[in-house]
Design a protein around this ligand. Sequence first.
Ligand code: NAD
Length: 484
Amino acid sequence: MSMKTPITVARGDGIGPEIMDATLRILEAAGASLDIEEIEIGKAVYERGVKNGIEDSAWASLQRTKVFLKAPITTPQGGGFKSLNVTIRKSLGLFANVRPCVSYAPYVDTNHPNMDLVIIRENEEDLYGGIEYRQSQDVMASLKIITRPGTERIVRYAFEYAKANGRKKVTCMSKDNIMKMSDGLFHKVFDEIGAEYPEIEQNHMIIDIGAAKVASAPHLFDVIVLPNLYGDIVSDIAAEVTGSVGLGGSSNVGIDFGMFEAVHGSAPDIAGQGIANPSGLLLGAVMMLVHIGQGDVAAKIHNAWLKTIEDGIHPGDIFRAGKSVEKAGTADFAKAVIERLGSGPEKLPVQDYSAVPAGGMKLPPLKPRKEEKKERVGVDININWTGSVELLVGELEAACINEDLKLTMISNRGTKVWPNGRPETFCADNWRLRFMGGQEGEPVKTSQVVALLQRMNEAGLNFTKAVMLHTFDGVPGFTVAQGE
Ligand code: NAD
């Protein structure tokens, strides 16, 4: 290899410096061609009063190298400190979180000996936008955002990942039986993009049974692609059932940027004792080498590591008396891996990254956007109200209904309570009133909505939120209420 690849390295907190030291020693011994820039992030930086745990000089290094090998850091509790991970992911557009979850039976104890799956989690959207409101004295609401371009990117990434890594099947999980529009879009885009990969088996599962199956029968899965929150939960379930959290590596990748780390945190309970398992960070570094086009070195390290596990040389977290041969500290474990560079596992599958494209995965451009005809057909208005629905309807009919906009439905907590509501339905103090255009085929004008709000205001019914209702090419861009 002629040119060394510049990368940024952070040693982190807790066990971070120990496991990073072990990892870098193995990378060097294996002949990885790296030009390392070190930055400081985490606890010490937070303690200097930098709220997001990273200084401008460190950003400059990341912008330069676009490759980040990161040890875990300790996030201070409270005090207005921001999660560095979330900051880095969002600032650098790291839209995909990739977590291989593999069991190493019979060498590492697990209930699921045949597990070898990869979780691909969308990293930027969904409920992680953190857009929340208190709508009334009783009601808190969180906004879930799923976009077509964001979903196309993550789904495309999952199929391209499967293709490049010789994976046979991609499973999508969502809750589109309930969230028909947001999760429905995720599922729909999965089907659309999946059609371009007929050679890859594909299926969709509702998230609740999907998560249960990951816990009870993980061998059924190969690649799983999920929206952000489900991906967070399912990837922890999957990592847990492999055997030890100390074994998992992870990558966060964007269009031209990658951050590579261990799944686990800074483990302050065992810091400074030289006993931490460096495998998670090492496997993260293997993913980094594949990303920067050094797949041969990645395979060399991964195979030597598998041989070390097979030989029973195990750090404390996976050591089992009678099964393991030697309990190794962090540095001795690294030494054992280095001694095995060039050899590979005899029973566990040998790793080969020669088919993975060099220079990170290149995704085709997003599909061209089809312009749709957007037409306003009504408005949902939220108000606070502590009386009965009959009283509310009486007030509305007296004060503010006219030919332009007709009250068609009232819901509370998403359930229709008027017309023909059920007396058993419990109602909180925030109500959604649906007004639809009075004139058939005539789009609703902004001025009509403003006039309605004005009439409501004059009647003493203050609105807390108004959401315009549109159709797109004639298809409603809003759901009906439960029971409507
Ligand atoms: P943790 O993952 O650090 O530790 C959980 C348990 O697993 C501990 O008992 C620990 O000793 C053990 N463990 C973890 N890694 C191990 C390893 N490599 N070898 C052997 N044992 C290992 O989780 P936590 O205790 O909840 O969090 C500690 C700190 O880490 C917190 O400040 C948290 O915010 C931070 N954290 C950072 C990251 C990150 O930087 N990516 C991720 C998660 C947590």
